[in-house]
Ligand binder design. Structure first.
Ligand code: G6P
Ligand code: ZN
Length: 591
């Protein structure tokens, strides 16, 4: 195979964020942009001693615009770097959790073929299309996102890069169906395989598929799933329709599309499962975008769920009921013993700091170690790998369940959040709650309400202010931090501030310290508000304001969350002076 060396020069701003490098698609399509990043990554891996030469590399994405072209380019670059085998999901698709599953498990029984890592082409829940977003993220041999040490090295390489290498002469690989291609006289091989099989195989070890199938067989069980035209479509078809016997009509928007079904301004196109963007699902479940009940012509299904573009996020709904991600996490942990993988007992659980404290009450009652980590899935990864070769001698926290308010839920079966995992966990819980087909069906709302009666309810909402001027947002955050010490002990609108700080995390596994992880104000009552700047946006800044109020068992648990936290929002707006700094009077999204 002839290797071509192409001279290039550094392109500014190729610093991978929380979830890899994200940019406008046209930027990724511009000369050398993708190539510079990929070469910088491959060079960083070689420098780190990763066995790139002769090794196996996985390359796939969420199907957004430019996915297929990018894969062909990376295949040619991998060949030039001496990679021995490239693995791709069919149609160039792998959901983010499926990529993690492939890296961790596909090589079982194939000695020496375990991938050293994988490139995921995705900008997650950001819209896709030529005028929208694209992204690339590198995951390591444990199936989790590259640690900061590696991403920093990648970034340094992007600032000094002079050339990249590719095998121009390689033919385009047919990604449209499974197949194997031996190239360069046997030195290089590409395998295209069914994108669902590895992930589903792993999930079958976690869950009791038979019990879930019996739930689907009930006459009074009904189900709807919104793939939002992201990567989840094939997974939803195989698992819900082929395995569980759901009617094909229960799948909405399950054909992957390069623009996720249309311009992001319309009701489609923004594959982010929340009350604002999952318009069709939310209406079908009998709610409006504030989560309030609406008139429907027919009874909403018992269970509804959705995924984002790369299917690591999830939204869980019942008939006329929205289960907040924070509640969903707490309910799954409280009921984990009905899931075979967790039947012998959970050894750990965790939430991100802005996620509601509902999980803490469950973990305390069950006596399970629990952790509050900064936003970002990587912080859970260390806890899951504790006690393994990566961190020998540390306590073991697996089996482990974790989640975030940002619609992410997962376990230690992979090293990414997993939208399908969350849905199956809920289906398993419903299967366990409905052992007798003669009794009326118990749904998501019933299970969650029963949970609140036992543990109390953490009323919760998040306000997002998107596309804000970045310097203004940063000034607002800095001013709040400065004001915090003087505000402790004072009373605002009848609420006494007991604690106020900038959240800092001391990782119990690797000892690292992460500062500046969000401004917290905690009231005497346990209610709180938190401010963070989003780490996943592409343009300007997004301010996130998280609001929470605890109601103990016995209190009124049936109010609407948005109404309950409104007074806290007013205090948060007063203290932050958000309108003064940003000119914004209304949030762009409330969820
Ligand atoms: C990604 C990460 C999540 C994180 C989320 C936060 O989805 O994988 O772990 O919670 O980003 O996004 P934000 O925009 O709030 O920084
Ligand atoms: Zn995602």
């Amino acid at each position: 195979m002839e290797v071509t060396t192409v001279p290039t020069s550094p392109i500014a701003g190729q610093k991978p964020g929380t979830s890899g490098l994200r940019q406008k698609t046209k930027t990724f399509m511009s000369e050398h942009y993708l190539e510079n990043f990929v070469q910088s990554t491959l060079d960083a891996l070689v420098a780190e001693g990763v066995p790139v030469k002769g090794g196996t590399l996985v390359i796939s994405g969420d199907g957004r615009y430019h996915n297929k072209t990018a894969i062909q380019i990376i295949i040619k670059m991998a060949a030039a770097a001496g990679v021995g085998r490239v693995w791709c999901g069919d149609h160039g698709l792998l959901s983010t959790p499926a990529m993690s599953a492939v890296i961790r498990t596909r090589s079982r029984g194939l000695a020496g073929m375990a991938p050293f890592g994988g490139f995921i082409l995705s900008a997650s829940h950001n819209p896709g299309g030529i005028d929208e977003d694209f992204g690339i993220k590198y995951n390591c041999e444990n199936g989790g996102p590259a640690p900061e040490k590696v991403t920093n090295l990648i970034y340094t390489n992007t600032t000094t890069i002079k050339e990249y290498k590719l095998c121009c002469g390689l033919p385009e690989i047919d990604l449209s169906a499974p197949g194997s291609y031996t190239l360069g006289g046997g030195a290089f091989r590409v395998d295209v395989f069914d994108c669902v099989e590895d992930h589903m195989g792993l999930l079958q070890q976690v869950f009791d598929f038979g019990a879930i199938k019996a739930l689907f067989a009930r006459e009074d069980f009904s189900f709807v799933y919104d793939g939002m035209h992201g990567v989840q479509g094939p997974y939803a078809k195989k698992i819900f329709v082929d395995e569980f016997g759901a009617p094909a009509s229960s799948l909405m928007n399950c054909e992957p599309k390069e623009d996720f079904g249309g311009p992001a301004s319309a009701s489609h196109g923004h594959a982010d499962p929340n009350l604002t963007h999952a318009v069709e699902l939310v209406a079908r479940m009998g709610l409006n975008k504030e989560g309030r009940e609406i008139e429907t012509t027919s009874e909403p299904p018992v269970f509804g769920a959705a995924a984002d573009g790369d299917a690591d996020r999830n939204m869980i709904m019942g008939s006329r009921f929205f289960c907040s991600p924070s509640d969903s996490l707490a309910v799954i942990v409280a009921n984990a013993s009905c899931i075979p993988y967790f039947a012998a007992g959970l050894k750990g659980c965790a939430r991100s700091m802005p996620t509601s404290c509902a999980l803490d009450r469950v973990a305390e009652q069950l006596g399970i170690p629990y952790f509050e980590v900064p936003t970002g899935w990587k912080f859970f990864g260390n806890l899951m790998d504790s006690g393994t070769d990566a961190f020998p001698g540390k306590p073991v926290y697996t089996p482990f369940i974790c989640g975030e308010e940002s619609f992410g839920t997962g376990g230690d079966h992979v090293r990414e959040k997993d939208g399908m995992f969350a849905v199956l966990a809920w289906l398993q819980i419903l299967a366990a709650e409905n052992p007798d087909p003669a009794k009326p069906i118990v749904g998501v709302g019933d299970v969650t309400k029963k949970h609140w009666e036992k543990y109390g309810r953490n009323y919760y909402a998040r306000y997002d202010y998107e596309g804000v001027d970045k310097p203004a947002a940063e000034k607002m955050m800095a001013a709040m931090v400065e004001a915090q010490p003087a505000l402790i002990g004072t009373t605002v609108d009848g609420m006494k501030i007991a604690k106020a700080d900038m959240f800092e995390y001391h990782d119990p596994v690797d000892g690292s310290v992460s500062k500046n992880q969000g401004v917290r104000f905690i009231f005497e009552s346990g209610s709180r508000f938190v401010f963070r700047l989003s780490g996943t946006g592409v343009a300007g800044a997004t301010i996130r304001m998280y609001l929470e109020e605890y109601a103990a068992p016995g209190a009124d648990l049936t109010k609407h969350a948005f109404d309950v936290v409104k007074p806290i929002a007013d205090i948060a707006l007063k203290i932050s002076k958000l309108t003064e700094y940003t000119g914004r009077t209304e949030p762009s999204v409330v969820t």
